[in-house]
Design a protein. Structure first.
Lengths: 261, 321
């Protein structure tokens, strides 16, 4: 692993971020709009139905935490797509850059941009609805880490598929991760899902994370079982997604990276 | 002992390289696959400081070969050695010592020229990044554009930035895919001069593809001619031209056109008219004899031009075959 090359890929995308208004929109506009919309909606529901406690907090926290998965997977897939859109993939992989170095770079970018987006979303939620996720301090940090890993492995799977099938399936960069959302129990408990959907939820680390986070928000205690299961599943999926991406990329090389541009 | 070995070691050696593509995908179970032999068992070497042209008509396998040499396309079989090292086993070390430029490839278009080169300099682990970037931006006359985004540059300016990128890491071998395709003639001349200087001064080896035959003739020490994935000729530019024995004859005929036409038809020589001028190709060796025979039969002309074959003629002859 050469960190000069890892840094080069990180800098390349940070430069792009600096010059590209669209990427700023992704990081700030959509999270702010989501929070505004869902904040108003949940406030209205809360007023109409006083039985459900902490509805705004639960909804907005779910929304903010979903940003962790979304941002980290989005950075991986869109940064891969950026190379295709710019006809830069051949240039890039004709250098000594190794696939592992590229993965390390985009993982780091996912982390950086997740911090930026989540901090901004948290700030908006606090300013508009006085919902402060920092009140829970370090308790939520392990969940954040686990969510970040979910974003990484989803990003690797989607990027692997894009490396095989090219820009034809580029919408997966936006749509791929949302497939997990209904089964991740973002705003509701897993038990409220239909039985078949519960089975899917049980094999997704994100469902354990969101359920665990809701417990932290309501009781102030960390449910370690949820945390351990989510990390265990994440470890397996991250490993599998790494090999999947490597396999897809090698297959893509057999057909030629130039065809993707 | 090591130094002696290095001196004679080719910069690039390709052995029995093949790339076959199948049109069948894994989900098309019933489809009968058609195998396309894009590159079919080619072998060649490029010596240190040698410039080799890779020529051939469209679909000959030039780009496929270049992509395999860059490591962005996996060969079906065969071996590639750079500096005596197997490419697939030492690709990281090898790619540090090579570089590549193509007029048909992009750079991140929203970021500036300087930023792009700074990224690539880091990828190639270049030391003194600022000096290297400045040197080559000035060399290719794009220094004033350093703070402009790539998408604000013309095609020619972009090509010059790509050339600057190609020299950032002191490459010992360069793969150049039509590097002068979009350049103005004066800049193209400067680029060719620069490439020859690099060859002389630093013994940079180059594999050069171009459709500009004049350029190939001027710059290349040797030419590899590909057709349908196979090497059909490998020689110096002069050697290739010599294989084509026919010269082009242009004649402004003033008397006995019909006799001339009959003579050429009898000799099975193809000809065509351009106003009063007849143009045909004929073996260089028999030109004196043919002109004597025509004169003897009463054919008169007031202008004659005999053009020796060029590399372009060779290309057309082979491509048309």
């Amino acid at each position: 692993m050469n960190f000069s090359r890892v840094l080069a890929v990180i800098i390349r995308h940070l430069y792009n971020f600096k010059h590209n208004l669209e990427r700023l929109t992704d990081s700030f506009y959509w999270p702010a709009l989501d929070i505004l919309l869902w904040g108003i909606t949940t406030q209205y529901i809360q007023q109409a139905n006083q039985k459900v406690s902490n509805l705004v907090l639960v909804f907005l926290s779910g929304l903010i935490f979903w940003q962790v998965i979304w941002r980290s997977q989005y950075e991986i897939t869109v940064n891969f797509l950026e190379e295709l859109w710019n006809q830069n993939l051949v240039n890039l992989f004709a250098t000594p850059l190794r696939v592992e170095e590229w993965i390390t770079a985009v993982f780091s970018l996912g982390f950086i941009n997740m911090i930026v987006s989540v901090s901004f979303a948290g700030l908006v939620a606090w300013l508009l609805y006085s919902v402060n996720i920092l009140n829970f301090g370090w308790l939520l940090l392990p969940f954040f880490a686990s969510l970040l890993i979910v974003g990484w492995w989803v990003g690797l799977i989607v990027s692997g598929l894009i490396s095989l099938f090219g820009k034809n399936i580029q919408s997966l960069a936006w749509a791929g991760v949302t497939l997990l959302a209904p089964f991740s129990a973002l705003y509701y408990p897993v038990s409220s899902l239909p039985v078949w959907a519960q089975k899917i939820a049980r094999i997704l680390p994100s469902s354990y994370i969101f359920e665990g986070m809701r417990k932290v928000l309501s009781t102030g205690k960390v449910p370690f079982v949820n945390l351990v299961i989510s990390f265990g599943l994440n470890f397996v999926y991250l490993l599998l997604s790494y090999f999947f991406f490597k396999y897809c990329f090698a297959k893509s090389r057999e057909k030629g990276l130039a065809r993707l541009e | 002992m090591f130094l002696v070995y290095n001196t004679f070691m080719p910069a690039l050696e390709v052995k029995n390289l093949k790339k076959y593509f199948s049109n069948k995908n894994w989900w098309q179970l019933r489809k009968k696959p058609v195998v396309i032999k894009a590159v079919d068992d080619i072998s060649f070497t490029i010596g240190k400081g040698e410039i080799v042209g890779l020529l051939g008509p469209n679909g000959a396998g030039k780009t496929t070969t270049t992509q395999m040499l860059l490591g962005t396309l996996t060969p079906s079989s065969g071996e590639i050695f750079y500096f005596g090292q197997k490419f697939n086993e030492h690709n990281k070390e090898v790619l540090k010592r090579t570089n590549f430029c193509s007029a048909y490839i992009g750079l991140p278009h929203r970021i500036t020229v300087w930023e792009n080169l700074a990224v690539y300099a880091r990828l190639y682990e270049v030391k003194n990044i600022k000096e290297r970037i400045e040197k080559f931006l000035k060399e290719f006359e794009v220094w004033p554009l350093r703070n402009k985004a790539i998408n604000q540059l013309s095609a020619g300016q972009k090509t010059r930035v790509l050339l600057a990128k190609a020299f950032l890491n002191h490459p010992e071998i360069l793969l150049l895919d039509e590097p002068t395709a979009s350049l103005d003639p004066d800049i193209a001349v400067k680029v060719r001069k620069f490439l020859l200087e690099q060859q002389k001064e630093y013994k940079v080896a180059m594999l050069f593809t171009s459709h500009n035959m004049h350029e190939v003739q001027e710059i290349c020490d040797r030419i590899i001619f590909l057709n349908k994935g196979k090497i059909i000729y490998q020689d110096t530019p002069t050697g290739l031209i010599r294989k084509l024995k026919k010269a082009k004859v242009k004649m402004v005929v003033i008397k006995a056109k019909d006799i001339l036409e009959r003579y050429l038809k009898a000799q099975k020589i193809k000809f065509y008219w351009r106003k009063r001028m007849i143009i045909f190709r004929i073996d260089e060796e028999i030109i004196p004899k043919a002109l004597y025979q025509l004169s003897d039969r009463g054919v008169r002309y007031d202008e004659i031009e005999i053009l020796r074959p060029t590399l372009e003629d060779f290309f057309l002859e082979v491509a048309n075959k």
